[in-house]
Design a protein around this ligand. Structure first.
Ligand code: B12
Ligand code: SF4
Length: 525
């Protein structure tokens, strides 16, 4: 930290405190190499979260910048993303009102494409589109020492990765102790899925493995155990994937946690063999499926071998301890509720740990825009530009799905209702079963937020017994087992009397209920 006010403040509003900004740490780490020897010493990093009030953020930044000094240039650089563009616009507006001479520089994916009409760009002094690692330090040097830049909008230079300083020493001890550590073994993606910003990349570029592993080792030595790889496709180059996994296998500890995004149809035997060597709790894979509908896949230029995908997800679920977090997108051009349901059922049958149900978003710059009129695509004009209707699904269906997705998070992805959910979804179409329950829950509650775990237990009890016609004692037994396993400690109405003095009676309650259930079923023949 410089003792005098900093010349440059790098700032962003993260989605939550736990997410540290990797992009800004790259900029920081490259200040000396690409801006000049003393530029790093005059730069500070100041992160906020989107939950923080705009006025407080502005006050904190002004305090950081200190009193203005005549003829002294100060720069604030903002990382702008889909989740922070609205509040960041207000921060920039208020900063410029308070300190008109301040130079505001923007960068990040939300201002890198279709930025012409963006209010935040109008308010700012400079915009660097694309990669900022080299261009931001250079712009700062120019603003501080001349020659002054000639244009407001600068196309960020994309140097060879060897020219980029790795950012990992910029993670503080606090970051290591309390936040997810984002790391990047490669940038870009060779695939062209039209809803995704990475579709604009020409290919994927890999960082040299040796320095990257050395940086990971340094983080590890400092106590880091929680690594989240932001690589768009971790299993693209299998040799690199194996080397990185082996690195961690050699450093296994009970608290080690690794997150990777993988493409589902590329899992050669030697990668499988490596994955199988990891114990439970270490690996988490984010597996983007998005859609199983071949016509939709083709329409959005997503190349995916559905057979291989299913075989690989099935293998991972059965033969590895990796936690599988799969993604499906609703609202893709031409996807109907029925075709989505078929895809969901196909995925559910493979038993991944989570199915994340996302609504399509029309990200700035993505080729998806070309489907506008022909596919009847209507998106919210405000970030995150969520789909509102398509020619294949009308607006009420999108809203219906949105509610279902919310309930799915609460009931399925929360992991709180494992036993009960298996019963609820046990029919020929798990999707249809869940949709029916979601419609009912919406009718009963008129809300998708503020539902406590206890309320959910009671609603599920009512649904399973009164609507689905299940026998009440067995439902109560399942819900009790789920409730106790979740560690919740209040008193759902349908479990009254069963949770008293629970620490002593947990085992007893389960046993008694199990016995009751057994008697009941026997009586029923
Ligand atoms: C980590 C991450 C998150 C985290 C949040 C991280 C945080 N800091 O708060 C979480 C998991 C919460 C998240 C959520 C979402 N995310 Co996200 N996420 C990412 C991810 C995987 C990594 C970001 C990263 O660190 N990249 C590596 C760094 C090096 O790249 P970078 O951040 O782009 O930074 C470079 C440049 O942009 C530029 N730059 C950055 N800041 C600045 C500042 C200045 C001044 C300058 C000059 C340059 C500059 O220079 C940097 C170095 O070259 C990216 C995909 C990816 N691999 O990039 C998606 C991505 C950023 N997310 C995306 C999206 C769409 C979402 C969601 C909407 C997804 C959804 N649910 O549907 C949500 C929204 C969350 C919300 N609350 O609303 C899009 C962003 C689109 C956009 N316009 O912002 C991306 C690009 C993925 C994609 N689909 O293409 N996400
Ligand atoms: S969705 Fe995945 S595979 Fe497709 S372009 Fe984006 S990062 Fe690449």
């Amino acid at each position: 930290m410089p003792s005098s006010p900093p010349a440059i403040v790098l700032s962003t509003l993260n989605a939550r405190y736990i997410h540290a900004s990797l992009g800004l740490r790259y900029l920081l780490a490259n200040m000396a190499r690409h801006g000049g020897a003393n530029l790093r010493a005059h730069t500070v990093l100041r992160e906020f979260t989107i939950a923080r009030r705009v006025e407080e953020i502005v006050a904190a930044l002004l305090a950081e910048l200190g009193e203005p000094v005549d003829n002294t240039t100060q720069i604030v650089g903002f990382g702008v993303y889909i989740w922070n563009v609205l509040p960041t616009t207000e921060v920039v507006r208020q900063l410029k009102l308070a300190r008109p001479a301040l130079k505001i520089v923007l960068g990040g994916p939300e201002v890198s494409h279709e930025w012409e009409g963006e209010e935040i760009v109008r308010l700012a002094d400079y915009l660097i589109t694309g990669w900022g690692d080299v261009s931001f330090p250079r712009l700062c040097r120019a603003l501080l020492h001349g020659p002054q830049p000639l244009t407001k909008v600068i196309c960020g230079e994309q140097p060879a990765l060897e020219e980029i300083e790795l950012p990992y020493t910029e993670y503080s001890a606090d970051d290591l102790a309390h936040r997810l550590l984002y790391v990047e073994a490669s940038r870009g993606c060779p695939f062209k899925c039209e809803f995704c910003l990475s579709a604009l990349d020409k290919t994927a570029w890999a960082f040299a493995l040796e320095p990257f592993l050395a940086a990971l080792e340094a983080l590890y030595q400092r106590g880091a155990r929680n690594f989240k790889f932001v690589d768009r496709t971790f299993n693209l180059k299998i040799d690199s994937s194996l080397t990185i996994l082996q690195f961690f296998l050699d450093r296994l500890t009970p608290d080690l946690f690794l997150h990777f995004e993988v493409i589902p149809d590329h899992l050669p035997e030697r990668l499988k063999a490596m994955i199988a060597r990891f114990p439970p709790g270490v690996l988490q894979f984010e597996v983007g499926i998005q859609t199983f509908n071949p016509a939709v896949q083709q329409r959005i230029s997503r190349r995916q071998d559905n057979e291989k995908t299913c075989a690989n997800v099935d293998w991972l679920a059965r033969h590895s301890h990796a936690h599988l977090h799969t993604d499906l997108i609703f609202g893709l051009p031409g996807e109907t509720l029925a075709s989505f349901a078929a895809g969901f059922d196909r995925l559910y049958a493979l038993r991944p740990n989570e199915i994340q149900l996302g609504l399509l978003k029309r990200l700035r710059g993505t080729p998806l825009a070309r489907h506008g009129v022909a596919a009847g695509m209507v998106y919210d004009a405000q970030p995150p530009y969520t789909v509102q209707q398509t020619a294949a699904v009308d607006a009420p269906t999108v809203q219906r799905f949105t509610r279902l997705a919310r309930y799915w998070d609460l009931l399925a992805n929360s992991g709180r209702f494992k036993e009960s959910l298996a019963v609820l979804l046990g029919g020929p179409s798990p999707f249809a079963a869940f949709l029916a329950m979601a419609d009912w829950l919406w009718q009963m509650t008129d809300r998708t937020s503020g539902l406590t775990p206890e309320m959910l237990v009671d609603h599920l009890f009512d649904y399973l017994t009164k609507v689905a016609g299940r026998e009440s004692e067995s439902v109560r037994r399942m819900l009790l087992a789920d409730y106790l396993a979740s560690g919740a400690r209040a008193n759902p109405a349908c479990l009254q009397g069963l949770l008293k003095d629970r620490d002593k009676s947990v085992k007893w309650s389960i046993r008694v209920l199990a016995q009751r259930q057994e008697r009941h079923s026997n009586a029923g023949g």
